[in-house]
Ligand binder design. Structure first.
Ligand SMILES: O[C@H]1CN[C@@H](c2nc(-c3ccc(C(F)(F)F)cc3)no2)C1
Length: 325
């Protein structure tokens, strides 16, 4: 079978939310190809924590079962996190269905999740080895649904300030232009990881990123966190750009002409549109860049990258497909 849901951007495209039906109850979740837990806001959380959120009530589901003795605790790149207990229930994403999917019920969430009232939990789409359930890690929705899909893959079609889609089981070739390039994935660390060691600015001479070399496709990260050499070289081409410690990264005058950025994905160059690199206004003249230096050795290609590139995640042969859109 297949499954299709919309991916609706929050303000400034900081995240994209998609409807998931759990035991007959539908919540908007943040699909995250950089983690592997499916957890939800639910009736166990305090009224204060759930104010404004849509919550899952396991007592109202005919198909819920508690996973005795199981718990989870997860933290994300920005220091946010959640923890709680675990059950199983029927999970449906746009028609693709898994019975007895591990559903993690938060009993504690960090402040930033409480305040993000449209986000009612995360659905992890990285590899199951990263699942945090104890004593025994459980499979992701994709791992469970894969064998029943027409093709063992899902695609991310994220758009700048417009509704996009996640699709399970097929590659909708009407969603992109030109050819799709497939590259091998290194699953050792549980991410959709690939080699990315070259870059160019506005189609100029290719340069080699020094610390870079490896990148992950991460729909749950807002920005494009690249090798510092990439960010330095890019913003050197933008008049008035500065690395502003107070703002936490590179900023530039909002009327700046932003060049396109080409990034190597497994040997082929993928383009990130300059317009997509203007992320958000931080004061009347100044804008914050969607391209920033990665704090780690690993490059994290987040939503800024996906706005220019349609990506297919193939769990059958562990490859990633990239196409411009
Ligand atoms: O951990 C890595 C795996 N993917 C990245 C990720 N980060 C979040 C996240 C979502 C929402 C929030 C909050 F609502 F603001 F709290 C915080 C973090 N989701 O995926 C980073």
């Amino acid at each position: 079978g297949t499954g299709l849901v919309t991916a609706t951007p929050e303000a400034n495209d900081v995240e994209y939310l998609s409807p998931v039906t759990i035991g007959g109850q539908t919540l908007n979740l943040d699909f995250d190809s950089g983690s592997s837990d499916l957890w939800v806001f639910n009736t166990q959380l305090s009224r204060a924590a759930t104010q404004g959120h849509t919550i899952y009530d396991p007592t109202k589901s005919k198909t819920f079962a508690l996973m005795q003795g199981a718990s989870f605790q997860i933290s994300y790149g920005d220091g946010s996190g959640a923890a709680g207990n675990v059950g199983t229930d029927t999970v449906d994403i746009g028609g693709a269905t898994v019975t007895q999917q591990a559903v993690e019920l938060a009993t504690a969430v960090s402040r930033s999740f409480v305040e993000d009232t449209n986000n009612n939990g995360l659905l992890g789409l990285a590899f199951s080895q990263l699942n945090t359930i104890q004593p025994a890690p459980q499979k992701t929705f994709f791992d469970n649904v894969k064998s029943s899909l027409a093709e063992p893959l899902f695609t991310a079609d994220l758009r700048a300030q417009a509704a996009g889609a996640y699709e399970f089981g097929r590659v909708d070739t009407s969603k992109f232009t030109g050819e799709m390039t497939w590259v091998p994935v290194n699953t050792t660390d549980g991410f959709w990881q690939f080699t990315s060691e070259k870059f160019s600015i506005d189609g100029g001479a290719p340069q080699t990123s020094t610390a870079g070399a490896q990148a992950i496709a991460d729909t749950g990260t807002t920005l494009l966190l690249a090798d510092p050499a990439v960010a330095q070289a890019y913003y050197a081409q933008v008049d008035g750009a500065v690395d502003d410690e107070q703002q936490g990264g590179f900023t530039f005058p909002c009327n700046a002409q932003l060049p396109d950025l080409q990034l190597d994905v497994g040997g082929t160059m993928a383009t990130v549109k300059g317009t997509d690199i203007n992320f958000a206004q931080v004061d009347d003249q100044t804008c914050f860049g969607g391209l920033q230096a990665s704090p780690a050795g690993l490059q994290i290609y987040g939503d800024i990258f996906f706005k220019s590139n349609f990506v297919a995640f193939n769990g059958g042969n562990n490859t990633l497909g990239f196409a411009q859109h």
